[in-house]
Design a protein around this ligand. Structure first.
Ligand SMILES: [Zn+2]
Length: 289
């Protein structure tokens, strides 16, 4: 099962993109495409499709700072992204819906674009001295012309885990979720801890059970706006669950109970490949932990 936002077709061209002349040539190439956003969601063209146009045509369009951002090369063809000024184009559906519907390769390209553009929206000014940052490396980094500080795009790692013991697993639910929906536990990593330590800390905080052994399974870029979900399974000590304030409930589930939940209407709105939470659950249902 290929997870959405993984296995990107893009070569980020890290060795070439620092050369401004090279970036300029890529933008001028007849093969260069640009995907355009309206706020956090994709802009729509006149057919109601995601707005993807030749990069050269974006010169006529009002784009928010810093203009076009280089995403990478797909089979040698350059991709760029930009955010239109408000009111220039219609906005598409919520980005999650778009990402579920488009081709997996496009979902990767759009996801990278969204993370980079959202970062630009929040980092226009230097966090060290307040001067306006200038893009470099095609917009994949920012440099402050006043104090010289370099700013790199954010990636916020989170652990996401399926705790289990014997032949049962633990799923939790948040009050804002649809009635009856339960899923894996998750939380942001903190400075000074390993992935396994974050998994043990979050599991203890969320359900008050000690982790005996945690195992890394896979990771998934999650462009909402710039997380990296690090997926694990965690063998925990059996016993009573005490959900913390973030969770409305947490319960032990048998495999049959998990299958019944994920075959029901409650969980069917999202395709299986959309989130690493589902991957962890499907693997456990198949007997892998
Ligand atoms: Zn500065």
């Amino acid at each position: 099962m290929q997870l959405t936002f993984t296995d990107s077709p893009l070569d980020f061209a890290g060795l070439q993109r620092g050369n401004a002349d090279w970036i300029f040539e890529q933008q001028a190439s007849p093969d260069a495409k640009a995907v355009l956003f309206a706020g956090p969601d994709l802009a729509l063209d006149e057919r109601g499709e995601p707005m993807i146009i030749p990069a050269r045509r974006t010169r006529m369009l009002p784009l928010k700072s810093p203009g076009l951002v280089f995403l990478g090369l797909e089979n040698g063809a350059p991709w760029f992204a930009g955010t239109l000024e408000r009111g220039v184009a219609d906005k598409g559906p919520d980005f999650r819906i778009t990402a579920m519907q488009v081709d997996p390769a496009l979902a990767c390209i759009f996801g990278r674009a969204r993370s980079l553009l959202q970062w630009h929206g929040r980092r226009r000014y230097c966090s060290n001295c307040g001067a306006e940052n200038a893009p470099s490396d095609g917009g994949t980094r920012l440099k402050c012309p006043s104090c010289g500080m370099e700013h790199f795009p954010r990636v916020d790692p989170s652990v996401i885990m399926l705790p289990w013991s014997g032949d049962k697993c633990v799923l939790g639910r948040q009050a804002s979720w649809p009635q009856g929906m339960y899923a894996t536990l998750a939380g942001f990593m903190e400075p000074g801890e390993t992935i396994e330590e974050a998994c043990a800390r979050e599991t203890m905080e969320e359900i008050h059970r000690p982790v005996i052994h945690a195992r890394y399974v896979a990771s998934q870029p999650w462009p909402f706006p710039s997380s990296l979900m690090v997926g694990l399974t965690a063998e925990i000590e059996p016993g009573e669950l005490v959900p913390d304030d973030d969770l409305e409930d947490a319960k032990w589930f048998t495999r049959d109970e998990v299958r019944a939940l994920y075959d029901s209407e409650i969980a069917r709105w999202a395709p299986k490949h959309f989130s690493i939470s589902r991957l962890l659950i499907e693997r456990w249902l198949d007997g892998e932990a």
